[in-house]
Structures are given as C-alpha cells and as structure tokens.
Design a binder for this molecule. Structure first.
Ligand SMILES: NC(=O)C1=CN([C@@H]2O[C@H](COP(=O)(O)OP(=O)(O)OC[C@H]3O[C@@H](n4cnc5c(N)ncnc54)[C@H](O)[C@@H]3O)[C@@H](O)[C@H]2O)C=CC1
Ligand SMILES: CCCC(=O)O
Length: 442
C-alpha cells in the first residue's frame, strides 16, 4: 500500500494505486487491486486550479482546433434579424471547470460520457470516480494525454463523499454532473444550489417493461433478459418490473426461466461467461436481502436468488449469485418498488393497456421503460404515455452515444450523449448589433 498522494502525471491526481492482480480478480474474488487515499481540500483545490489554468487556453481554441485532439460536435449559435438592418447573434460558450462524479457500475463509460462533451465544448473537467472503481478514470486521463489534451484539462481526484463534497462546494466550479443514487444526488443538488452551479443528475431507476400478448415472444423473452441481467443487473436503466399480459404469462415464464437458468456465471474475462460477480460483499448481501424480503411478502422464486461458488477454484470467495426470476409479484412489494441493482427480475401480470400504463407510471422514478408489441400504433401510444426519459420499443438497453440518455422525475434531469449534450456543457451569450443610430429615450 502507498499511503499518500502520488502524482502520476501533472494532470492526474493518482492516489497510491498499486496493481496487485487483474481487474477482474478484484471483482471476482475479493482480492485487493489497489489501495488509495482520498484527496483532501488541498489536493482538490490544486486540481481545480490546474483545470482552470488549462481551461483559459482551451476555451479560446476553435472547434476545429479542439477537433485535432477530441472529436468535436457541431457547436453553433443563431443569427436573428432585427428591424432596421440590426441583428443579434448567439454564441455557445463553455461554462468553465466542470466536475464529474461517478458511480461504480460503469466506471469508464461514466467518465467518458461526462468528460468528452465537456471538453469538446471548451470546458475543463475534474472527475471523481467511485472509491469502489478508482482506476479506469486514470486510464482515460492517460488516453486523453496521448491524444493531445493539454495538461490539467482533465484531472482525476480520488475519494468518497468528503472529496465529492469539496468538489461540489468549490467556488471555482461552474457545473456538477453526477451519476449515482437519488439520496446522494439530492445532496449534490443542494450543495450546488448554494453556489448557483448548473447540475446534471443521472440517478437511479425502477423501470417498467410492458409485454403485450401480440408480441414476438422469443424477442420479448430475450429483451426481458437484456433488461435485467446485463452487467449482473447493476444497470440504472434496467427494466426490473416486467409486466406481462395475463394470457401469455405461462409461456413467458417457462421461456424466461429456462434461459435464465442457462446463463453462464463466472470469470468475465472468458468468452463464454455472460454474468460476473457483484461489486462487493455488502452489495451481494443487500441484493440477497431483497430476495428474502420478496419471499416474505409472497413472491415465488422461480430460479436463482442464492449465492453461488463457481467451479473454478480461483473464483472462490467472489460475490457471485444466481440470476433470479420472481413470480407472484404485486405492485406494493419491496422488490417491485425499490431499486435492487442486481440480477433480480420481478414479473407481474396485467390485463389492459390503460391499467398497465397507470401501474408502470406509479413510481417516483422515471429513467427508462420498454414495450414489446407487434401493434405499431400501440407501441408509439405507450411510448408517449410512459413517464420516463427513454422508451425502448421491441428491444431493451440499447444506449449508443448518439442517443440522449437521462431521467424523468426522481431519476434526475439533464441528458448525456447525443447532440443535446452541448446544451448541458455550454452557456448561451447573446450579442446585439446596432446598425443605425441610437434611438434614445433620454
Ligand atoms: N442514471 C444513471 O445514469 C446511473 C445511475 N446510477 C445509480 O447509482 C447508484 C449506484 O451507485 P453508487 O456509487 O452506489 O451511488 P452513490 O450515490 O453512493 O455514489 C455515487 C458517487 O457519489 C459520491 N458521493 C457520495 N456521497 C457524496 C456526497 N455527499 N457528495 C458528493 N459526492 C458523493 C460517491 O463517492 C460516488 O463517486 C444506483 O442508484 C444507480 O441507479 C448508476 C449508474 C448510472
Ligand atoms: C446505459 C448506462 C447504464 C448505466 O450507467 O447504469
């Protein structure tokens, strides 16, 4: 263990990370990959100052110049004609030093989704990964460095809640983009409000997936698995409330359980593996606790829901569990109301479109949703009526970077990905140009 702050590069605050084993081993078998010391006020201040210094140069560069090191989206203003030949125009300008704070489930992706548009718009970013996953943001910093991003423009600080608080409260920070749980998101918003900083919040979810009897059943079953078991179910937009029209429930359950039982759980570095270990022992216990609670409340476990030890002795001690399908669920059960963030699918019957839309929307979350049907009118009607930032029609969990991603209600606001991201990492300046004489009232 290295017990103090070390500098990897001038632009990266890299805290005492000492590789001890392969990354997958950290996840699979609970061995230590690295240890780190959280950044305190001094390091946070230094990172923000170094990002600010780099920003002052970077913001002056034209999009074409920035495009030499980062693929820049088309950033443009508007021209507005006024009476008498006068006119106004708008410029999209960067915000300044932006802070990114990430969750542990998609550590590299979250760092990229936040920093790439921030930098493309002319900002600097100080990024704090989750203390559970401290390494990949540093690798991203190395990639940026190699691509030609100036020193200081993308800084990584390590730490947990205290470091995150220091970042949100720092007076030189213009914006905070946060990915994580709803309770932490509220705190981030409160702290940012005190400094009138802009905020993007990507928070939790409990998304509904509606499967109508006219669907293509094999696809609906595959979609339900994608909606629940991708990345061990540790995905914020997962469709974990699976509403199935009553007439097709028996066929659906038979197929979904058969496929779920066949999911190969084990070493994620092997080609054949489809599910790895959960992030930590406490998280595994939390997920298993949801399964126990569901049973107490009347759910029936059709498969999985228990810890498993893979046959590979190297994986012994890892936080693996068998993916779980719960039947006999009701809307008032804990497993149906709360985000589990693990491989647990809750299945519920429904009868009519109107009824299921009401039930699907009866939640404080609104991140994603999905519908399987062959009826094109129904598909678009349902998509319109579901209160969520995304609706997948006849598929689930498709999130290419060209497509905006973000939540409704307590799942947050602001969007990541797509052209619209520019609006969240820039501010609009209006320039008014008089072409005649001043028509003064005085
Ligand atoms: N909507 C989305 O795009 C996504 C949402 N999530 C959500 O994230 C949650 C799981 O991730 P966790 O890391 O457990 O969430 P978390 O809310 O515990 O932590 C997220 C980040 O916030 C930091 N943090 C904690 N307290 C803070 C404070 N007071 N001030 C500033 N920063 C603070 C943590 O160190 C971490 O980096 C789930 O609820 C999941 O749904 C996860 C991935 C994507
Ligand atoms: C598609 C992104 C999902 C997540 O970050 O949880």
């Amino acid at each position: 263990m290295i017990g103090c702050t070390t500098w990897l590069h001038p632009y990266v605050f890299y805290l005492g990370a000492q590789p001890a084993c392969k990354p997958a081993n950290l996840v699979c078998v609970g061995r230590i990959l690295c240890q780190m010391v959280p950044c305190g006020a001094e390091e946070v201040d230094e990172a923000i100052k170094s990002a600010h210094a780099a920003y002052l140069q970077w913001r002056k560069m034209a999009g074409m110049e920035r495009a030499r090191v980062i693929c820049v989206l088309f950033i443009k203003g508007q021209h507005i004609q006024l009476p008498g030949g006068s006119f106004a125009y708008t410029r999209r300008e960067p915000l300044g030093v932006c802070v990114g704070i990430g969750a542990w489930n998609y550590p590299f992706q979250i760092a990229s989704w936040k920093s790439a548009p921030a930098l493309a718009c002319g900002n600097a970013m100080v990024f704090k990964p989750s203390p559970m996953t401290p390494v990949t943001a540093v690798i991203l910093a190395e990639i940026y460095k190699e691509a030609g991003v100036p020193d200081g423009l993308f800084c990584v600080v390590q730490g947990g809640a205290d470091t995150g608080t220091l970042l949100c409260q720092h007076p030189k920070v213009a914006k905070v983009s946060f990915t994580g749980s709803v309770p932490t998101g509220k705190k981030v918003m409160e702290m940012s409000a005190k400094g009138v900083k802009q905020v993007t919040l990507e928070l939790g979810g409990k998304s509904p997936l509606l499967i109508f009897k006219d669907c293509e059943l094999e696809n609906a079953v595959k979609g339900a698995l994608m909606a629940n078991f991708l990345t061990q179910g540790e995905v914020c937009c997962n469709g974990t409330r699976v509403y199935v029209q009553r007439e097709i429930m028996p066929q659906f359950l038979e197929k979904v359980v058969k496929r779920t039982k066949a999911i190969p759980v084990g070493d994620p570095l092997l080609d054949g593996t489809r599910m790895g270990a959960l992030i930590s022992k406490p998280h595994l216990e939390k997920v298993l606790g949801f399964v126990s609670q569901a049973k107490k409340e009347g759910a029936k476990v059709l498969c999985g829901g228990e810890p498993i030890v893979p046959s590979d002795p190297n994986l012994k001690g890892g936080y693996f569990m068998a993916p779980c399908v719960l039947d006999n669920c009701r809307d008032d059960m804990t497993c149906v109301k709360e985000e589990i963030f693990g491989p647990v699918m809750s299945v519920l019957p429904f009868d009519t479109e109107e009824e299921v839309i009401g039930r699907a929307n009866n939640t404080t979350f609104g991140l994603a949703s999905g519908v399987f049907t062959r009826d094109i009118s129904r598909a678009h009607r349902v998509a319109e009526n579901l209160e969520a930032g995304t609706c997948f029609i006849n598929n689930y969990n498709i999130s290419p970077v060209e497509v905006p991603f973000g939540g409704y209600k307590m799942s947050g606001f602001g969007r990541e990905n797509g052209q619209v991201t520019i609006e969240y990492y820039s501010q609009l300046k209006t320039v008014v140009v008089e072409m005649g004489d001043v028509d003064s009232l005085f």
